[in-house]
Design a protein around this ligand. Structure first.
Ligand code: NAD
Length: 502
């Protein structure tokens, strides 16, 4: 999973000294208003290395009281940040883009240590994350409005877009840097202040990012970061407070549903980036070698723990044997290990529960008749490792075709007919990403139009691009991040009715 844009000269060091220095470099307190401060609870939040089970560090464990203090700080800074010139806001984000890029080795190491994925994947994430700041630095100066003559004459219609107000940004552990920059970049560019609530498994990356943003000139109170082991009560308290105006959430559909319900009491603006169950369609006319490499990327990047991960591989019968053979060889040859070790291509799952979930799905598919082409088992070593796995002939009733696998397991299904495979691909509650491999342009566009997904990748194994609108439909959520659309989620439209008699 290498990317020429970020690999090579930037290679991060995984030595024990570099690891200690990376974790030691991160602030361990909450950032609220003008200062770093301890949480009001006496206990700390331990951060675990998923490849060893050992504790890497302990950070502050915020309570609902701390969450409300962060909201108060965001509320107090809102008016002045909204009045800060868009160019100034953009230049802060641009500086942060440059700082993150220059600091990519340390940041990648932090991601790998607390999340587990290989350094090459973490370096890719750092590049992707930084790019959201570059993009939103450019978008900050383009929050335009409109001026029109009323159709009946005698008046004018002026529309403007203004920041919605303080935002709560809740991020997952699988891309701890990019999911944070994707939200913070849009919020700050739009003129909103923010409270960042990172996942409990990966607070170090969020704290390092917060420090970078402050160094780059984000004024006090504009970004507040609260790490907590118990997100439910803290988030509920902040969302019940009328000073909050928006919540942006990336995570599971189950938690998303809870937050949508909670958002009703204060009628909050809501953006939801939720789970996925991406189909990966390879037609008989496709370049099979390219499709296999695309499948490896779409399935295995971030250890398979990605919302856009290919969850179901539908392969045309004519090329199924060749595709299976090639993908089996690729997965069987992948080096599994601690993400910091040189050459490792896939790391551990985030925790024991995640590995148990993957194991249950594999056992279920086997019981229903799937054949294990490679892998299929947890690995007998410390950490939460599962073998890169390919299952062939997975029957339609297998649970893994309905649920997010969130691990290095690829279920393969053969198909004969275009209409049937589109129907099968759409037979899911989710609608985030989908992948198509074909050389037939007509088919590519026809199928892309028919797939129920917010994003479709054509002849490539990734949809990640800061300049494109990322998001889903159905139970994968609503709202868009990135692209020209992303900043709109943080802006409210105001219309001014102007009397101007002719
Ligand atoms: P999760 O839903 O368990 O946690 C996500 C965030 O929500 C974390 O910050 C967590 O602390 C917080 N949280 C958990 N319970 C909460 C509650 N009751 N109230 C308020 N906050 C709560 O998800 P996860 O396991 O961290 O991440 C994996 C999920 O995220 C997958 O379903 C994946 O598909 C999804 N995801 C989606 C996207 C996307 O852009 N659509 C991107 C990455 C991950």
């Amino acid at each position: 999973m290498t990317d020429p844009a970020v690999d090579g000269p930037m290679a991060a060091s995984g030595s024990a000294a570099a690891e200690r220095s990376a974790t030691a470099s991160v602030p361990k307190q909450l950032r609220i208003g003008p200062s770093w401060r301890d949480a009001s609870a006496a206990t700390g939040l331990a951060v675990e290395d998923p490849s060893t089970g050992e504790t890497l560090a302990e950070v502050a464990d915020a309570t609902p009281t701390d969450g409300l203090a962060a909201l108060l700080a965001a509320h107090h800074s809102q008016a002045s940040w909204a009045l800060t010139a868009p160019r100034v806001r953009g230049e802060i984000l641009r500086r942060a883009y440059e700082r993150i890029t220059a600091d990519s080795a340390r940041l990648a190491l932090l991601i790998t240590l607390e999340m587990g994925k290989p350094l090459a994947d973490s370096l890719w994430e750092v590049g992707y994350a930084a790019d959201f700041f570059r993009w939103y630095a450019e978008e900050a100066v383009r929050t335009d409005g409109a001026y029109a003559t009323a159709p009946a004459g005698g008046g004018r219609v002026l529309t403007m877009r203004q920041p919605v107000g303080p935002c709560l940004l809740i991020t997952p552990w699988n891309l701890p840097l990019a999911m944070a920059t994707r939200k913070i970049g849009a919020a700050l560019a739009a003129g909103c202040t923010a409270i960042l609530k990172p996942a409990e498994q990966t607070p170090l990356t969020a704290l390092a990012l917060t420090e970078i943003l402050l160094d780059c000139g984000v004024p006090e109170g504009v970004l507040n970061t609260v790490t907590t082991s118990d997100p439910g009560p803290l988030v509920a308290a902040v969302m019940a407070d009328p000073r909050l105006r928006k919540v942006s959430f990336t995570g599971s559909t189950d938690v998303g549903r809870i937050l949508i319900a909670q958002s009703a009491s204060q009628v909050l603006r809501v953006s939801m980036e939720l789970g996925g169950n991406a189909p990966f369609l390879v037609f008989a006319d496709a370049d099979v070698a390219a499709a296999v490499e695309g499948a490896v990327l779409a399935k295995m990047r971030t250890n398979g723990e990605a919302c856009t991960a290919a969850n179901r591989l539908y392969i045309a019968r004519d090329i199924a044997d060749e595709f299976t053979e090639r993908l089996t060889a690729r997965l069987a040859g992948m080096r599994v290990g601690r993400g910091t070790e040189p050459g490792v291509e896939t790391g551990p799952l985030i925790d024991a529960a995640a590995r148990g979930h993957v194991d249950r799905l594999v056992r279920d598919a086997e019981r229903r008749g799937a054949r294990v082409a490679t892998g299929g088992h947890t690995m007998p070593r410390a950490g939460h490792f599962f073998e890169p796995t390919l299952l062939a002939g997975v029957p339609a009733d297998a649970l893994m075709l309905r649920e997010e696998i969130f691990g290095p397991v690829a279920p393969l299904i053969t198909f004969d007919d275009e209409a049937d495979v589109v129907t099968a691909a759409n037979d899911t509650q989710y609608g985030l990403a989908a992948y198509i491999y074909t050389r037939d342009l007509g088919r590519a566009l026809r199928v892309a139009e028919q797939l129920e997904a917010g994003m479709v990748a054509l002849n490539q194994g990734t949809v990640a691009n800061s300049s494109a609108p990322f998001g889903g439909i159905k139970h994968s959520g609503y709202g868009r991040e990135g692209g020209r659309e992303g900043i709109g989620d943080y802006l409210a439209i105001k219309y001014v009715a102007i009397s101007l008699p002719d």
